[in-house]
Ligand binder design. Structure first.
Ligand SMILES: Nc1ncnc2c1ncn2[C@@H]1O[C@H](COP(=O)(O)OP(=O)(O)OP(=O)(O)O)[C@@H](O)[C@H]1O
Length: 255
């Protein structure tokens, strides 16, 4: 029997008053795959991730995560997934170690001390374990947020801008680390990012969002070839500026 996919989104929709933030999104993220979620500001990426996590209730549509329906069976799914976003602050008065212990407890992680020690070693946290989370640099916070995101050995990891505000060296370190971690653990990753080089490097498949819809998708190389471009950054600009794969303005008559 084939395993349930990491994510199955069917007609996922979120409306805020007159704003259709996410408009009928459907996709299936296979187990063990790393996919990118791209789109300009306001395209609907964070809203999508919040619905995938069950933090926001969809206005319409359905999400199953690892076979669990998020509307009915959210806690079973949450135990097997995790997320990281620079916009979600860890309790800032607690030390790094206390934070990780709290999250390990929330996820009911067996042998939590051993798991935290493993993550501290892997993510180079040993020297900051006793520091309050609120006093860390952006790079240190990112590493702690990743440790928090991995504490329950998730089978699905949702990453919203995992390297935002990191210097190029630290960003590269985090990307290499994620690449290695994904290869070793086989977890599926959905990565929302504005960093095209990052997406090209990490993602086998990319969903291009615009105004709440998927307007194109494929591997970074396929998308670049289809748009006649060398890289994903130029494809992104073409889509943002309404140029279709054929070079015409999207919506223009080609007759
Ligand atoms: N709580 C909210 N109330 C009303 N409108 C919202 C709310 N959250 C998001 N929106 C709107 O929904 C749309 C999608 O926003 P969302 O944050 O999902 O986009 P995004 O792709 O993550 O953007 P960015 O790259 O800027 O983070 C935007 O038009 C935004 O203004």
């Amino acid at each position: 029997m084939t395993p349930d996919p990491a994510i199955r989104a069917e007609g996922l929709t979120k409306r805020y008053g007159d704003t259709l933030a996410v408009d009928g999104l459907s996709f299936v993220l296979p187990r063990g795959a790393t996919w990118g979620l791209l789109g300009g500001n306001g395209a609907g990426k964070s809203t999508t991730i919040a619905m995938l996590l069950g933090l926001l209730v969809p206005s319409a549509g359905r999400v199953t995560v690892l076979g669990h329906d998020m509307a009915r069976d959210r806690f079973a799914a949450l135990a097997r997934m995790n997320f990281s976003s620079p916009y979600v602050a860890l309790p800032h008065r607690l030390s790094v170690a206390e934070n990780l212990r709290v999250y390990a407890h929330l996820y009911d992680v067996p042998r939590a001390g051993t798991r935290i020690a493993e993550l501290a070693e892997a993510l180079q946290l040993n020297e900051i374990l006793d520091r309050p989370a609120g006093q860390l640099s952006a790079g240190q916070k990112t590493r702690v947020a990743l440790a928090k995101a991995l504490v329950n050995r998730p089978e699905l990891l949702l990453l919203d801008e995992p390297t935002a505000s990191l210097d190029p060296d630290t960003g590269d370190w985090v990307r290499s680390w994620l690449e290695r971690y994904q290869a070793e653990s086989g977890c599926a990753i959905l990565l929302a990012s504005h960093n095209m080089a990052e997406v090209e490097r990490l993602c086998g498949h990319v969903l291009m969002m615009k105004r709440g819809r998927i307007v194109d998708q494929g591997s970074p190389a396929d998308l670049a070839a289809r748009f006649g471009r060398d890289n994903l950054e130029d494809v992104f600009l073409d889509i943002a500026r309404n140029r279709s794969a054929a070079g015409a303005k999207i919506g223009e008559s080609t007759a």
